[in-house]
Design a protein around this ligand. Structure first.
Ligand code: FAD
Length: 404
């Protein structure tokens, strides 16, 4: 074990992935997560994992855990097609396959399954109910993190992986802004357990991601998660020490619209039951192809939740110190190209490599500067690309001028 001790605020996808990488490298790590436990919130949506995400997980997980990740991922057809609301094809897009990666580099993963794999082996290092409120940096460079329950923790580095509302970012980069992108999503799942439901879903919408565009830029996003073998069999075969919750095949079904198109305020939206959100979606899909309304009516109401799409506004380079940021905490983006989690996983891979160099003697702030320099390039690049596509395709607000 090296002498370096790293504190991570936030046990989401990015924070846990970094925790795994540091653990494999023999670097001491403590993850402080604000939720009281790993299953506290609805962790259950589908995530597209691309070549960046797969490469990162391969570098960060144990070989067994990576095998389990690949075996429990769906491998839909590598297509991202779009249709109009009458189901006429607007644009067909076949994605290039990378033969060296599982699924050719295009996997459809259940978020809760990925989190459970990311947590395996780290349980002793994760502290729940531990919400960072502020930190202080000492003249030696060490950092003390303060938590809402009055406890503190001191380490050589603090990594803010505390998501879109990051308390670490508020203190570290007070100039960085996160803005409402003007879109609202109603996310739900259609269980694909019975043949009647499967029969309703046209095979054309079983690619990696399908966008169905309607009047006034309302849209439905459809994306299947279909397992190749039951999770308990994959676990028993590949990594019996990892416990996964059982989950069945489903179609992720996301309705999206501009905020002002919804017949309710945000306060009402975020107070609605799944059943009411479903009824509202169906009312907004009047005149759409009957297959689309049939799919939405088969959503499990308990799975439906609203999301306000937000985006960071890129900021100029900052001076490095021993507090850094990772994932949505620094570059939250609209889900228009589905790369927020992939970018957080890439951060975890790059930061692990730089911290390994620091453990081997590279000056710590130089190592963190190298991470931040690289991360700002691809991270803010992805923010811009997501905002641009979201604007052109579904009317997301343009990104405000960058603070450079
Ligand atoms: C519906 C939906 C679908 C998406 N689909 C995709 C997709 O297909 N592909 C993709 O790449 N991305 C997708 N994303 C984006 C992706 O979910 C995020 O980019 C990713 O989760 C970011 O990981 P993170 O670790 O930075 O943040 P998070 O996963 O949000 O984790 C942050 C963690 O920090 C904790 N926390 C917050 N505040 C504190 C605090 N003060 N102290 C301690 N802990 C704290 C939170 O409880 C949370 O556990 C999607 C997002 C949504 C909403």
């Amino acid at each position: 074990m090296s002498a370096l001790h790293v504190i991570i605020a936030g046990g989401g996808l990015g924070g846990l992935a970094l925790g795994q990488g540091l653990r494999q490298a023999g670097i001491s790590v403590a993850v402080h997560e604000k939720d009281p436990g790993p299953e506290f919130r609805n962790q259950g949506y589908r995530i597209r994992i691309n070549a960046d995400g797969i490469t990162a997980l391969k570098a960060l997980l144990t070989p067994q855990a990576f095998e389990l990740f690949a075996a429990t991922a769906g491998t839909p057809r590598a297509r991202m097609d779009s249709f109009d609301h009458r189901l006429n094809l607007l644009h067909a897009q076949e994605l290039p396959l990378d033969a060296a990666l599982p699924g050719g580099g295009h996997l459809a993963v259940n978020r809760r399954t990925l989190r459970q794999i990311l947590l395996a082996g780290l349980e002793e290092s994760v502290h729940y109910g531990s919400a960072l409120t502020r930190y202080e940096t000492h003249p030696s460079g060490t950092v003390t993190a303060h938590f809402a329950d009055g406890t503190t923790a001191t380490g050589d580095v603090l990594v803010g992986a505390d998501g879109v509302n990051s308390a670490t970012r508020r203190q570290r980069l007070p100039e960085a802004r996160v803005v409402d992108a003007g879109l609202r999503l109603l996310y739900g799942k259609v269980p694909l357990a019975d043949t009647a439901t499967r029969a309703v879903v046209p095979s054309e919408v079983l690619g990696l991601w399908t966008t169905v565009l309607g009047p006034e830029r309302r849209f439905l996003g459809l994306a299947p998660v279909q397992y190749r073998e039951p999770q308990h069999e994959a676990t028993a075969r590949l990594a019996p020490e990892i416990a996964l919750s059982a989950d069945g095949d489903y179609l992720a079904c996301v309705f999206g619209a501009r905020r002002e198109q919804l017949p309710c305020t945000d306060e009402q939206l975020f107070g609605m039951s799944g059943g009411r959100l479903q009824a509202m979606t169906l009312a907004l899909l009047e005149g759409w192809h009957p297959r689309m309304t049939e799919i939405v009516s088969r959503q499990d109401p308990a799975s439906i939740f609203p999301v306000a799409v937000r985006t960071s506004v890129p900021v100029a380079a900052w001076e490095p110190d021993t507090v850094t940021l990772l994932g949505d905490a620094v570059h939250v983006m609209s889900p228009a190209i589905g790369v927020g989690a992939n970018t957080a996983l890439r951060d975890a891979r790059v930061l692990t490599s730089r911290l390994v160099e620091a453990a081997d003697g590279r000056p710590l702030t130089a190592a963190l500067h190298a991470y931040e320099d690289e991360m700002r390039g691809y991270g803010f690049g992805a923010v811009r690309e997501s905002a641009d596509r979201g604007h052109r395709l579904v009317g997301q607000d343009p990104l405000p001028a960058a603070q450079l």
